[in-house]
Design a protein around this ligand. Sequence first.
Ligand code: NAD
Length: 464
Amino acid sequence: MNDVNSNPYFKLFLKQRENQYAVGNRSYKERRKILTQLQRAIEVTYRTQIQEALQKDLGKPVVETELTEIFAIIGDIKHAKKHLKQWTQKQRVETPMSMLGSSSYITYEPKGVCLIISPWNFPFNLTFGPLVSAIAAGNTAIIKPSEMTPHSSALMSKIIADVFLEDEVALVQGEVEVSTQLLKLPFNHIFFTGSPNVGKIVMEAASKHLASVTLELGGKSPTIVDKTANIDKAAKKIMWAKFLNCGQICVAPDYVLIDESIKTQFITSCKKWLKSYYNDHPKISDSYGKIVTDKHFERLNSYLENARTLKATFEVGGETDSASKYIEPTLISDLKPEAKLLEDEIFGPILPIVTYENLDEAIKYINSKLRPLALYIYSKSKVNTRKIMNNTRAGGTCINNSVLHYANHNLPFGGVNNSGIGKSHGFYGFQSFSNERSVLKQHTFGVTELLFPPYSGFKEKLAR
Ligand code: NAD
């Protein structure tokens, strides 16, 4: 207990804990109002500043900021506002005949005081997205955004202080040490978005207080292109999904598994689309971003060096510039199985292309690795698609597209095992931040009265 008392965030935590029932008892209409205030801050008051912060932190093109950050959060808010009444209503369920005289329902009550830890790749989206669910479900929240995107974190701190009182929502900035201190507090729920390694640290810390967790993690998301696929369309979509945000997306295609017979044609199409997206010089394209930090640049550069040492084929790209943290969109084939690019989650603009001779081989390859957050299938064959679906596991899948399943509020978003635990978005996010409280209400005399002792006359009672 002393340990908790000396925790720098304990006072803040206590304030929220004391306020949790006041916040939790807000009607759905009051929750809607709060969401509208947040919406106004993002959509109107701070819109330009958000664009500027992301330009500084990630070199993010304004259109990308609009689509993947602002539009995405506003979509989350609008969806929650539209459905809040229905989500917060009692959900009646059947009561068995043996409990005649009673009724049953589920009520979604807030978990209480929640911790949201977010990453740097979509700083606003991945911080405010979970926050929308937390507010919709009636929780208080303390947020710890990433230290890697300081301009975005500073601006989010301003927005939060502008919209909320600190006994309902507060944001604390800082590095790992701040997370470590926060994780010592007895939160009711922890929503973490980040790497699987840190996810394990979070889960271990949560276990000390048996806090529930939602872990939105990462991993290597495979993309299969079979020989029935529309090769050009597949290349067009994969090149967009892979190089958006410079490949720094949890659901980016990590590697392509392609039927050997169509590899050359696929690469030719990829080159065509890359040129049309970023011209001949992505470095000066206003549609292409940069790597977030020197550390991540060095990590990605070391993958390229490793591929060169192993004499892989650079089909496209390979150019880098440490000063501007630039890595050219890069496609690499003929990688040896031990290549770093085939082991670690890449999280950058490098796409390995691995060939297969038959689909079973591709499936075996996927299943030799940890379960991915996303798996993409490009195929016109229903038989092949079903075969891949039935013999693999993944958090989510797009068929003949990539990434877009993330944007449908009606689909639960999340991973499986190494790529995550629990789901987010829409109702599923609301559910993650709610306790499904079971209620059985006895109205009149019921047959359950027969269960009371003494048991000696049980058969007679039943026969009466
Ligand atoms: P990260 O795990 O390094 O950091 C995430 C957050 O955890 C940051 O706020 C950071 O300060 C904090 N943190 C880091 N080390 C910590 C520690 N030892 N103890 C406690 N807290 C710690 O991840 P990242 O580099 O910010 O993001 C990249 C990873 O996140 C990738 O693996 C990616 O796939 C994943 N990701 C997943 C999703 C998703 O929705 N599933 C979305 C974006 C990113």
